[in-house]
Design a protein around this ligand. Structure first.
Ligand code: R5P
Length: 333
């Protein structure tokens, strides 16, 4: 906690990490000046999971940190069991911190007989015991409404603007791969004092997309492609193809969630125009996926600060994804 704040907040706090991303969880715990509590997860011979919290949570503010990164299904079940364990052990409040909510992409019924799985996951998290959820850069803003417990939808905007303000952006433009993400891209562009453009993207399959055109002036510009996530790299490939035809020679990729699944890393490795890939640590990025021109920004201070303010009963509005522009993120330099 920050200097001058009552130490009893740390006394009331218990932070647990799921198996998905212990490094981020321990950075968040360090920010709060509170050690991580132990948790044991085992697999029975019949493939069922067993989860046990290593410390009493009775009457405590409990924070459970779990990203929906591979193995996604195991990580979700583990989180649900951690929440349930804390509730039945009489925790006072249970905060589910989900830096990457992967099922946010399943947010509508765009084919017959499918599940809106983002909504289902939100229901399960609440049913398991979460009284409050914190997450970051959901696929679409509407997913926020899937949660019927209070949910803080945070943004990595502050760390991206800090990063890009140290660069020469005199010939740069921010490009959203699709219209749905144009608002987020416009917010970054405004903060950087540069222009914005958007692609007209259509997804053909899990790893292939078509970009019919680009709205906005990108000819011969240095283009910062800004998206919520890079999964297979299909969107990036289609956009870069179009940029090439318009004489673009310098491309930077920026995304909150560096999922880099399937062919993504090989695809990115083979884009000669690519100058830098800027992502965050909402999901773990193993050494074999770290390219030499990749920068990984930490979102631990954003989650740490949001947790701190929640515990202190203070506003977290300046850390939200869709609130008006503000330079006052309140994050330490
Ligand atoms: C969805 O459309 C998202 O905003 C991203 O553009 C998408 O997840 C990227 O996926 P991929 O890298 O597989 O094209």
């Amino acid at each position: 906690m920050q200097k001058g704040e009552p130490g009893n907040i740390v006394d009331c706090l218990r932070i647990f990490s799921g198996s998905s991303h212990p490094e981020l969880a321990s950075e968040i715990a360090d920010y709060l000046g509170c050690p991580l509590c132990s948790r044991a997860t085992q697999r029975f011979s019949n493939d069922n999971l067993f989860v046990q919290l290593g410390e009493s949570v009775r009457g405590k503010e409990v924070v459970m940190i779990q990203s929906f990164s591979p193995d996604v299904s195991d990580n979700i079940i583990e989180l649900l069991m951690m929440l349930d364990a804390a509730r039945s052990a009489s925790a006072k409040t249970i905060h589910a911190v989900i830096p990457y909510f992967s099922y946010g992409r399943s947010d509508k019924k765009d084919q017959p007989r499918i599940s809106i799985a983002g909504r289902l996951m939100a229901d399960l998290i609440q049913t398991a015991g979460a009284s409050h959820v914190m997450t970051m850069s959901l696929h679409s803003p509407q997913v926020h409404g899937f949660f019927s417990v209070p949910a803080d939808h945070l943004s990595a905007h502050a760390v991206f603007t800090r990063h890009f303000r140290s660069k020469d952006l005199s010939n740069s433009v921010v490009l959203a791969p699709d219209i749905g993400h144009a608002k987020r891209a416009a917010k970054l562009a405004r903060a950087l004092g540069i222009g914005v453009a958007a692609g007209d993207k259509e997804r053909l399959s899990d790893d292939t997309v078509r970009v019919a055109g680009i709205i906005g002036d990108i000819a011969e510009k240095d283009v910062i492609i800004f998206d919520d996530e890079i999964a297979t790299g299909g969107s990036v490939m289609a956009i870069v193809d179009l940029l090439r035809k318009q004489g673009v020679k310098n491309v930077t990729l920026a995304c909150t969630h560096g999922v880099f699944s399937g062919p993504a890393i090989e695809r990115l490795r083979n884009i000669p125009e690519l100058r830098e890939i800027v992502t965050t640590n909402t999901v773990p990025i193993p050494p074999e996926k770290r390219l030499p021109h990749m920068t990984i920004l930490s979102v631990a201070p954003i989650f740490g600060e949001a947790i701190r303010r929640n515990l202190m009963g203070q506003s977290v509005g300046s850390l939200f994804a869709f609130w008006p522009d503000s330079d006052e993120s309140g994050l330490p330099e």
